[in-house]
Design a protein around this ligand. Structure first.
Ligand code: FAD
Length: 106
């Protein structure tokens, strides 16, 4: 079975990278695509307890993807929900784009 930590790091890289390349002004179709993708991702993610909690998170916090920034912030909040659960430090979501799209300045 996959290593839950390694799987997690590569999965967050994929998920945040998807938000980073998402259009600034998405069409209705773009928005529908990410909702379908995340719905299926939540069902197929190969760590079952993770997948279950992620589905609960999405039930309580509907995917927001009316712009790149909104989607990036939503993903950051989803990741922070897991960070809290695991007792990790919360990430400052004001910095999501710097981390995943434009690159740190130092
Ligand atoms: P990660 O949490 O993997 O983060 C990678 C990098 O992302 C960090 O170094 C940081 O630069 C950046 N980052 C951190 N937080 C944020 C944020 N909020 N927004 C943007 N960037 C950020 N593990 C479990 O043990 N139990 C679970 O239930 C569980 N559920 C998961 C659910 C999902 C959907 C995913 C994708 C992963 C889940 N994981 C779970 C894995 C867990 O989240 C971590 O990936 C894993 O513990 C490795 O952590 P890490 O400290 O190396 O960094």
């Amino acid at each position: 079975p996959p290593d839950v930590e390694e799987l997690g790091r590569s999965s967050w890289t994929l998920l945040h990278s998807i938000t980073a390349t998402y259009p600034e002004a998405p069409t209705a179709n773009d928005q529908s695509n990410v909702k379908q993708f995340l719905g299926l991702f939540g069902k197929l993610y190969p760590c079952w307890v993770c997948a279950e909690d992620f589905q609960v998170f999405m039930e309580r916090n509907k995917v927001r993807a009316e712009s790149r920034d909104e989607f990036g912030m939503w993903m950051c909040e989803a990741h922070n929900d897991v960070n809290r659960k695991l007792g990790k430090k919360e990430f400052d979501c004001a910095k999501w784009e710097e981390r995943w799209r434009t690159g740190w300045k130092d």
